[in-house]
Design a protein around this ligand. Sequence first.
Ligand SMILES: [Zn+2]
Length: 560
Amino acid sequence: MLQRPGYKKFIFSFLLILCLFLSVTPVMADSAWNLALDGRILGGVPVRDNGRMTMVSIGVMGRLLQLKLEHKDDTLLIFYKNNKLQLVNKATAVWLDVQLVPMASAPVFEGGNWWLDSRSAIKILQALYQAAGSAASLSWAGDAVEASSLNKNVKNPEKKQDEAEAAILPASIPVVPSSTPASLVSSGGMRPCELKALRWGRYDDKIRAVFDYQGETEPQSSQTGQNVSIAFTEGSLSKTETLSPFPTDVLIETASSEGKYIITLSSIKGGELKVFTLPNPARLVVDIYNPKNEVLPAPVAVSNLKPAPKPVAEQASEPKEPVFVPAKVVPRKSAPLVVIDAGHGGKDPGAVANGYREKDLNLQYARQLAECVKKRGFRVRLTRDTDVYLKLGERTDLANKWEADMFISIHANALPKGRHANGTEIYIMALPTDKDAMELALIENRELTGDNGSESSAQVDKKTKMLLNILGNMQQNAKISDSTEVAEHLFKSGQKQKINMRRVAQAPFFVLRGATMPAVLIETGFLTERSEAKKLATPSFQKQFAEAIAQGVETYFNGR
Ligand SMILES: [Zn+2]
């Protein structure tokens, strides 16, 4: 009898705990964050925690923003006006039109949703708006939808993300580097000034860093010797953003101190530094004039040089600035060297169809093209001029060793029985345009390891996935934009010469991976189409084709 009150209390406690458990668990799984556009809440976006970061449904974000979405196989396309984002399942970078944007994590397609970490999701959608000329501002706002008061994580979404990233990012550790001026660290409170983005550009005479910000006041800045420090009250750089795109000229250090986030551009090599702010949109600009390793050699004949990208004037009336790092143009004394690579060879015949072997045709095209390119005053070398087998990596190793200015790998396409297509395709190494491009890359990425045996398809898949991740590396950007330009020149020239040009596309080709110069892969045509195979083998067509491609090489280098 005496036990009764205790027993009741136990039951009551048990039920209370059960209720709490039941009320909390579904909220954790189905909770949502509010998405705001220019401070106006649009609605809730499903979130889930993967233990490291908070993942959000980017498809739902797109729908709330009334963007056009297209889901194809491994790819999600998001459109706004004339611009396009392309996400690939498990790839840590997205395409914004032709520009590659690295992310903190890879999107994952699961349970009918595309999940991406909350910061990257805002970053890439914001970039899409910016590309379309819109100043719209996206953010996570206010209290979470359906959030229980017990679920503190959902109450304060950004904080959780900060903590998660702080755990893995050394850049967030609040250690004040020696280069941080005392005036910025200790000058007490500062009116709100939020860092929104850091962008870089290289011009003829300078490197420019642009800090976009928002707030009541300009960021505080301070210059000591060859260091410039800028303080913000909010916002921070992601891990990739703390890597300088020009590490030999300038480094980036970050520190948090007394409620300020301080970015220091340090170890600046070069002459004069200029720091100034501009309105609409608010930004602080740091110009580093004549970085030392960009001092150009004595003037040389420039007839065979690509013109350097023209700087865009930093004016209030011209808010659009280059958002990518323009490629370096280093003058050389001799004519540009084009390395031409005939795909496959020796024990590896490549595609075989309609009585033709790809390796033979590739070599014929490579020789023809070499002749036509040479005739136009360029230097040319072939990776193979006989029927020998070269590994994929050896081909670009040669191009790198010879310090080539362009790498062209020549192949012929093939389709499985029952599928038909024709025409020439030009590929650059990047995230795949579509499933066909991806499948082609998987076929071309096959490498013969033994005398007879080829690599297992699992190995090839693994290698290709690895390539997708490498593409997330920012250092690739300049090369990709150059390679795209080469591809477009070759494509247009082919069209002019009445070659049946099918498309310029992207796929992670292993043979292009190691190239340190602009590199393209040409699929001359489809061997599996009888009439096309016959045409591809005709010497007169080969000559016409080679002339067209050589013309494209010339317009690329000479800008004509
Ligand atoms: Zn091939």
